[in-house]
Ligand binder design. Structure first.
Ligand SMILES: [Zn+2]
Length: 87
């Protein structure tokens, strides 16, 4: 995946911030940047939506086990990155 800058933020930054975005931990400015990016970048729009859905269902399933959740999240992120590297 080419790193595109849309809405003042590039794809890799969006990926980095996605977990916090889904968690609602980002400030309004960052959320706006990510949402503008998602609107203007088809790659991230697709990633963002899939990722958001996965994170939400993961959270519901593994609320009791924070450690496991973090591990799964890390794997998820690296899988997403690999997906992004495919043509
Ligand atoms: Zn992007």
């Amino acid at each position: 995946m080419k790193d595109r800058t849309v809405g003042g933020i590039c794809c890799s930054e969006v990926l980095e911030l996605l977990t916090e975005y889904v968690d609602g931990e980002l400030d309004v400015t960052a959320v706006e940047k990510i949402e503008n990016h998602l609107l203007g970048c088809p790659n991230c729009e697709r990633f963002g939506r899939n990722f958001g859905a996965m994170v939400v269902s993961l959270r519901q399933e593994s609320e009791k086990s924070e450690a496991v959740q973090l591990d799964v999240m890390a794997r998820l992120l690296s899988e997403l990155r690999q997906m992004g590297n495919q043509p």
